[in-house]
Ligand binder design. Structure first.
Ligand code: NAP
Length: 468
């Protein structure tokens, strides 16, 4: 049996999920010279880039420049994009096994973690992930409604997503108008009556998950004051020890920023953002119509965690925070893939350096791999996916060299494309996407915005001359 990987018999790889991990993996595979590779990148939506398009906050335009390097990957020989194709629905894993030697899932973490407290599902309590997808124009979330007629909002969690959400709630119409926020979200946010936003951390300021630049940005909002409470910034012995650790410098920088916020005199801007620490919601309290009226909070103290680090322990001291809208920003969570093992506790696919493992059988699932958040969990910034994907690429090439791969019945680019077109005539190519991209940019330019996004699949297909 000859080994694929030559010009006449290329290694055929299907990558499922066109976010950063998928592109970084394609870049690594197509960029090496030892083996000739063909990559087909499948994506459920017509648009590529995953969380760069639907996760990165609209006011963080520069972060989105990473798509330029993804476009270079897409221009490489051997690369194809099959957008608007749902693997698991239009095409199954078994279908892919017919045409590829290797399949890698880079589907991210598509849902949210829960707080597990009473009242979590009251009206006006939402996962932050849905709000983020909504304001970024994700077609699956564009029809959601968030009641911005309330005056006080709580965002639970102090990670970078929570900070993004708080910032978007506090931005002025003028600040939002220069971003690529979805048009319906721009309208809703401009009409918002929100006056106070609370960011709630269950541990102390030293343990806050947000990064120093994001903390600093909160102090530079045109229409919102920011404050912290000095008594919540006082350090206990565990936090002082943490400041001396390897992560100490970043934590110290964050602490300095937060301390400055506690001393800052109010500028009496229209909105006020308050960062609280060492508090956990224990219950969301309803009003007479079943919507959130308030949040019951317990004060915490820090104790040493069993596996190192620290954890929050409730003190039994409670308070009630009157808020009419709650965003739970306590982390994303992976979703199981049909036909692929899944670790329900971790919300990830069990793997060894990207090689999917079947825990029941105690051996690898031949030819199936993972990269990005579905591999390691929802952590790190966009760039973290580069070494992560490189590790998976190394594993894939090592397995190929060792002869561990699928044996597709029809390992040809033409057969794979024919199958996709049969199952999903409205497949979107990268050329189609470039056209949508140009249209969005032109529509945006007319309004002084970086782009005006298409937010429904129908709109996108119509703009391409509808081929459904
Ligand atoms: P994250 O960084 O893991 O933060 C989750 C937050 O939720 C933490 O503050 C965590 O507190 C808290 N939390 C978890 N369970 C909780 C509970 N039951 N009650 C109260 N609080 C709870 O996750 P994320 O904010 O969703 O971000 C995901 C990843 O994307 C991160 O790596 C982030 O840096 C990245 N990201 C980056 C940017 C950027 O670079 N600008 C923007 C957005 C996202 P504990 O620490 O106590 O667990």
């Amino acid at each position: 049996m000859t080994r694929p990987g030559t010009a006449t018999d290329p290694l055929r790889v299907a990558i499922v999920g066109a976010g950063p991990a998928g592109f970084f993996l394609a870049e690594k595979l197509l960029g090496q010279t030892a083996v000739t590779v063909q990559v087909d990148l499948y994506e459920r939506l017509p648009t590529p880039y995953g969380l760069v398009r639907f996760g990165v906050a609209p006011d963080h335009e520069k972060i989105k420049n990473v798509t330029r390097s993804f476009d270079k990957v897409a221009a490489r020989p051997g690369f194809r994009f099959f957008g608007n194709v749902d693997v698991g629905c239009h095409v199954t894993l078994d279908d892919l096994r017919r045409h590829y030697h290797q399949v890698c899932f880079s589907t991210g973490a598509q849902t949210d973690r829960r707080m597990g407290i009473p009242g979590e599902d009251l009206a006006r309590s939402h996962p932050a992930t849905e709000f983020v997808a909504w304001y970024n124009g994700h077609p699956d979330y564009r029809d959601l409604h968030f009641d911005l007629s309330v005056e006080r909002v709580a965002v639970v969690g102090v990670g970078n997503v929570a900070v993004d959400v708080a910032r978007m709630l506090c931005r002025t119409p003028e600040e939002l108008a220069t971003t690529d926020v979805a048009d319906y979200a721009l309208e809703a946010l401009c009409a918002s009556r929100v006056k106070e936003v609370y960011l709630l951390g269950r541990r102390g300021p030293v343990q806050a998950a947000f990064t120093p630049p994001e903390a600093k940005e909160l102090g530079e909002l045109a229409g919102s004051d920011v404050r912290t409470l000095a008594e919540e910034l006082e350090l206990d012995p565990l936090s002082r020890a943490e400041l001396e650790s390897a992560d100490g410098p970043a934590a110290r920088r964050k602490l300095e920023i937060l301390e400055e916020y506690s001393r800052r005199p109010p500028a009496h801007k229209p909105r006020l953002l308050t960062l609280r620490f060492l508090v956990s919601p224990t219950e969301l309290l309803p009003d007479e119509r079943g919507g959130v009226r308030a949040m019951r909070l317990v004060r915490n103290r820090l104790v040493a965690g069993t596996g190192g680090g620290t954890r929050a322990e409730p003190t039994g001291q409670f308070e009630e925070l009157p808020v009419g809208l709650v965003f739970r920003s306590v982390g994303y969570r992976g979703v199981a893939l049909p036909g692929v093992p899944f670790d329900e506790t971790a919300g990830t696919v069990p793997n060894e350096r990207g090689r999917v493992m079947d825990p029941a059988a105690g051996r690898p699932v031949t030819g199936v791999y993972v990269a990005g958040w579905i591999k390691r969990g929802p952590s790190g910034v966009i760039g973290t996916n580069k070494p992560d994907a490189a590790e998976t690429a190394e594993t894939m090439l090592a397995d190929l060299a060792a002869g561990a791969r699928l044996e597709p019945a029809e390992p040809s680019a033409e057969a794979a494309e024919a199958q996709v077109r049969r199952a999903r005539p409205a497949v979107i190519s990268f050329t189609d996407w470039r056209k949508l991209d140009r249209l969005e940019t032109e529509r945006g330019r007319a309004l002084g915005r970086p782009r005006l996004k298409f937010t429904s699949v129908e709109e996108m297909l119509d703009s391409l001359g509808a081929r459904v």
